[in-house]
Design a protein around this ligand. Structure first.
Ligand code: RP5
Length: 162
């Protein structure tokens, strides 16, 4: 794949440690990504501009993370036809439940595929699977990944029997 096909966006630079695992997962599958800080509250116009142009620039999936009043994933989903994966980030208070509910409880017609609190890696892996649905070579790599994951569990179980 040439050029970024996944957009990773976050409400604040402080979200990067939560979102970086998504980038690393995409790297594992050689999927190109771009990352931006776009705040639904602090830079709403910039956020909309980015979301409205995302599909036209060649992006195919968006991974959006935020914490607290986490409106970014939903607002991005409102402004693009692309699939949006939401990543709730835990802040110091409420353990991320506020972020989770802000992201997952979307109105009918505007879906956000929400991963677990702090689930940046799974968000990256889900983006890979979405792309793999229309890319046979990538799907083969996802299958290899799944087989390796299963092997690692079996190997660990065998260790415990020694
Ligand atoms: C949200 O507010 C951001 O996504 C971040 O998770 C949270 C705190 O932002 P900072 O105060 O660290 O910039 O909009």
């Amino acid at each position: 794949m040439s050029g970024p096909v996944v957009g990773i966006v976050m409400g604040s630079d402080s979200d990067w440690p939560t979102m970086e695992p998504a980038a690393r997962a995409l790297d594992e599958f050689d999927v190109g990504w771009e990352a931006h800080v776009l705040s639904a509250h602090r830079t709403p116009r910039r956020m909309l501009e980015w979301a409205e142009g995302a599909a036209g620039r060649g992006l195919r999936v968006v991974v959006a993370g935020a914490g607290g009043a986490a409106h970014l994933p939903g607002m991005i989903a409102a402004a693009t036809p692309l699939p949006v994966i939401g990543v709730p980030r835990a802040l110091d208070r409420l353990d991320g439940l506020d972020s989770l509910l802000s992201i997952v409880q979307m109105p009918a017609g505007v879906p956000v595929a929400t991963v677990s609190i702090g689930g940046g890696r799974n968000a990256g892996l889900l983006a890979v699977r979405i792309l793999a649905a229309s890319d046979e070579a990538l799907r083969a790599r996802v299958e290899e990944f799944q087989a390796a994951l299963a092997d690692s569990v079996v190997a660990r179980d065998a260790q415990l029997q020694e």
